[in-house]
Design a protein around this ligand. Structure first.
Ligand SMILES: Nc1ncnc2c1ncn2[C@@H]1O[C@H](COP(=O)(O)OP(=O)(O)O)[C@@H](O)[C@H]1O
Ligand SMILES: [Mg+2]
Length: 135
């Protein structure tokens, strides 16, 4: 069971990346992993807009954060589509392809749920036991 959980929808446009980052930093003030979670949410939100139906006109994505006693769970739910997240790309596929590798390197665990109708890419960060000052 989580200590607390917050979710917020954002419009699937580039401006929402900054908003999503602010949402995270406001929510996680005082947590040791705030910078990492901000970076992860930025990568996952960018992917939702770029690679899923969330980036279409009227599309949106949902950012969720769950706090547990010694870890944070963060997930970005998108609106799906034909492509699916993959952390490795071959050299022949050109530039990019490092965002999910960065997520994987920061997280103690990460993964993907869902299908072409909507996918959640999630990551877990270990924070160590937190005091009551961390909401
Ligand atoms: N939310 C997503 N929905 C569908 N495909 C995704 C999603 N996130 C990532 N992908 C796929 O996984 C690949 C790797 O993502 P990433 O490591 O962030 O690199 P980049 O975004 O620079 O291509 C993307 O190129 C895309 O094909
Ligand atoms: Mg990316």
């Amino acid at each position: 069971m989580s200590a607390w959980r917050f979710s917020r929808y954002f419009l699937g446009s580039a401006l929402s990346i900054t908003e999503a980052r602010r949402f995270v930093t406001a929510l996680l003030r005082g947590w040791p992993a705030v910078d990492e979670v901000e970076l992860i949410v930025s990568e996952l939100a960018t992917n939702a807009i770029r690679h899923s139906a969330s980036g279409r006109f009227g599309g949106r994505f949902l950012v969720s954060i769950q706090a547990h006693t010694d870890r944070l769970w963060v997930g970005v739910l998108d609106e799906g589509g034909p492509s699916s997240p993959k952390a490795f790309r071959s050299w022949t596929e050109g530039e990019g392809g490092r965002g999910l590798l960065v997520v994987a390197s920061l997280a103690i665990d990460w993964g993907v749920w869902g299908d072409e109708h909507g996918r959640t890419v999630w990551a877990v960060l270990y924070t160590g036991p937190q005091t009551a000052s961390c909401r």
